[in-house]
Design a binder for this molecule. Sequence first.
Ligand code: FEO
Length: 170
Amino acid sequence: MKHEKMIKALNDQVNKELFSAYFYLAMQAYFSSINLDGFSNFFRVQVQEERDHALGFFNYLNKIGGKITFAEIQKPQSEFSSPLEVFELTLKHEQFVTQSIYSLMDIAQDVKDHTTSIFIQWFITEQAEEEENVARVLNKLKLIKGDGSGLFMIDNELAQRVYVPAVIPI
Ligand code: FEO
């Protein structure tokens, strides 16, 4: 029998991951609207990954027999002033998600839920990778200082990103 606090935190994480997908969908739409299709592709893939994360927590809750609760998904910001702003917001959001994953681990350790600790480990590694990917693009955007040809080069690079379904061990 899992601790109630653990179940609630896992439920909350489903919502946070769905919000992430929604937020990144707004960013995908922004980049499409300004014809930066590579950037748009980057967020298209990101949306799919966030959906995988949400389903990972959902499937885990199903597996352990935890009650699944559904809450409203917050409305995301959908107006952006520049690619730089989008990546600053993305990094900030990923840092927030990382803290949330760390809290899940803290709870799992507090309540001595070792199985959930192992499950959460995958997300800790994933968050480090996500923050690194976003920071890399953000640093390039800072470097080009809004230069058009630099932007097109980054756009071409981001067009190469391919969605690979996450294999989340549950
Ligand atoms: Fe699911 Fe980007 O954290």
